[in-house]
Design a protein around this ligand. Sequence first.
Ligand SMILES: [Zn+2]
Length: 159
Amino acid sequence: MIQEFNPYQPPTTNTIKINPNGEYWAEGKLLVMPIGQTELPHRCIYCNKPITILKKKTFYKSTLQFPFLKIVPLQFGFCSSHRIQRIIKFFLGWILFFGSFILISINNYFSKFGVLLLFIAIISLSNMSYILIVKKIKNGLVYIKKCGKPFLNSLPKNS
Ligand SMILES: [Zn+2]
């Protein structure tokens, strides 16, 4: 593992030692950790600030080896502002979703616009439900996508 100096790195005084139970590192845009480990560092997965909520979520990844579907339970956190941002985005997504039905029920011109909005609402809501993505599982390691840059920068590097 090579530690590189990064001028954009936020203060990392207690980023690594708050590591709850294991080891992990950053490889490009991916967080890597041994399979079986469940907890990510207790920092916001987007901005690396202290967390106000710890979430548990189960992720699935299809593989070529048996068992073909690997189950990856993960625990990760959000800071208060990213938590609020997510709630607002979900709220707006659902407003868009139901609003599009109202537009569709109005005839002609508006219904076409409603279908477009419905499409946008479904894409943005489903995109939001993928908080993190298990990109691959290889050689006993799990590769996780969609962590924020400040969070990844606080981890040891392995490139
Ligand atoms: Zn945050």
